[in-house]
Design a protein around this ligand. Sequence first.
Ligand code: ADP
Ligand code: MG
Length: 457
Amino acid sequence: MESIRVRLRFLSYPHVAGIILPSLLCQKLQLRPRQKIRISLGKREVVATIFQDRRNPESNVIKATSMLKTDLGIPHGGLIQIKKEGETLRIGPAIGIVTTGLKPSPRQPIGQRTSFFYNLLQAQEGKGVFYYIFAPGDIDWETNRVRAWFLRRSKQGEFVWKKMIAPLPDVVYDRIPSRTAERHEAVQEFKTKLANYSMPMFNQGFFNKWGIHQLLYPNPEVNEFIPETYTSPTLQTVRSLLRKYPIVYLKPKNGSLGYGILKIVSLSPGGYELSYHSGSGNVKRRFSKLSALYQHVFRTRRPSAYLAQQGISLLTFQGRPFDFRVHLHKNLQNEWVVSCMAAKVAGSGSVTTHVRTGGTVIPGDELLTYLFGKQKALMKERVSQAAIRLATSIEQAKGMDLGELGLDMGIDKHGHVWMFEANSKPGRSIFKHARLKQADLESRNLLVDYSCYLANF
Ligand SMILES: Nc1ncnc2c1ncn2[C@@H]1O[C@H](COP(=O)(O)OP(=O)(O)O)[C@@H](O)[C@H]1O
Ligand SMILES: [Mg+2]
């Protein structure tokens, strides 16, 4: 049965756990007055009595008695959804974002990341959902309740953070901030418990570059987008890659933000140029022998933590290489859609396109129009289609629910599309761009939509 949007209000009546529904809604849901029914919200349920409101048969307002509110643990009223599933009347959906590092302060409840989550939660407006943030340590497994942070409108109309007790959610969006936090005992315990709880959690954990390569490279659906890559490169590995390709990248398997990435270019008069970003800026060094270069690189780095990869000669914009951050989401129908394509243009002399090393973000559309004019649509389609194929393959190969992905993709000088990295916890810094606000909104809305899909609402 379809879910129906209603406005939930509360009625001060502490004697019966009851719910008052307009008569038309009662009919739609096939409920009889005075009937007792199981009502659930997230992972809590209670038995309550149905009452009919005959005075306003067509209204969309439903009322929960204060006893039902307390027993079920309904955190707030307002626009929500209701649906009948078997013999249970469900209200919800309850969508929880799990993270760590929560603070007691209602000004900055998620510390430095408060504005990130503030933006995510704002997408609840008009959606009819319970949407909140919690940490694994805030769960009471005995009662299926959790202490959570909500973003609610104050009487003055502005958003304020409010800590409330909520039922364990129908669905969890994993935003554990780092691999280090991921290893904490409370997080591990939470994930183990969840597996026995029929509570879907999407975007679990972090990807590593070698793991993703192993999943995708053998897959004929997407092989053409994946550069040739080797793990724990020896001098021989690097040498043979350089015989095939003029550029080779060395990248940490678990790296991010361009940290630890090096680029080797074989020079036509002979010798090699090594470039990388160090704390003090972009560095270039020449070596006449590859063995000396290799020794220099791996004097302070472990080859086992590295990958060697075919370098792609990226298209340039005003003389600088660029690639794309393609942000994808699943929608309410569980289909992949591209919510944003942002071009990232490398900073002068940088081997990556990160803003940290001088890169600039430009809406993908604008850059493609500038470079390709009328052909823009074709190039855009090529990148989006590749991104959707890659996302589909990653989700299938991983065998887990994914609602979102941030793919780093480039176009080479021949117009061929490549993928460098898949992020399961994509950042949202591209959305700071003034002309990507619409994409930002769409992305945040899609997170709610996919959560509704997983919650079966
Ligand atoms: N094989 C490659 N060829 C050309 N450029 C690359 C290659 N690998 C990475 N890059 C550049 O470096 C950037 C960062 O690489 P990526 O694999 O995404 O690592 P990180 O996790 O540090 O973001 C890419 O966005 C791209 O600009
Ligand atoms: Mg990257």
